[in-house]
Ligand binder design. Structure first.
Ligand code: FES
Length: 113
């Protein structure tokens, strides 16, 4: 696998429940510390490019986009809950959230993208 770049972050710099956005020229990703684990995901929602970096973290390693309230798994990127009715077909559909692998060592996390 070819990576374009890397984000490194000291574990101490992100408390549980906090998120940090990284806007690079070639990628825009967010790292979240939640329920003792670190997650990395694209900052813009795959539904309509809403600001999912500002999303609400939820129990069970999920995040809800503030725009239309679709909830995604931070583990897999899959849609956990989509409140938009099926009858609004074009508006209902969304891809999964893109997830990045987080590598942890003692003091630091690394995300390759
Ligand atoms: S833009 Fe995120 S749910 Fe619609």
């Amino acid at each position: 696998m070819i990576f374009l770049g890397q984000v490194k972050l000291l574990k101490d710099s992100l408390r549980d429940g906090e998120k940090k956005r990284f806007e690079m020229t070639d990628e825009d990703l967010t790292v979240a510390h939640w329920e003792g684990k670190y997650f990395a995901y694209e900052s813009k929602c795959p539904h309509r490019k809403g600001p999912i970096f500002m999303g609400r973290l939820k129990p069970g390693a999920c995040i809800t986009c503030p725009s239309h309230k679709i909830t995604f798994s931070l583990e897999t990127g899959e849609i956990i809950h989509n409140p938009i009715p099926d009858s609004m077909k074009d508006y209902h559909d969304s891809d999964n959230l893109r997830i990045f692998t987080v590598l942890e060592n003692k003091d630091e996390i690394t995300v390759n993208y």
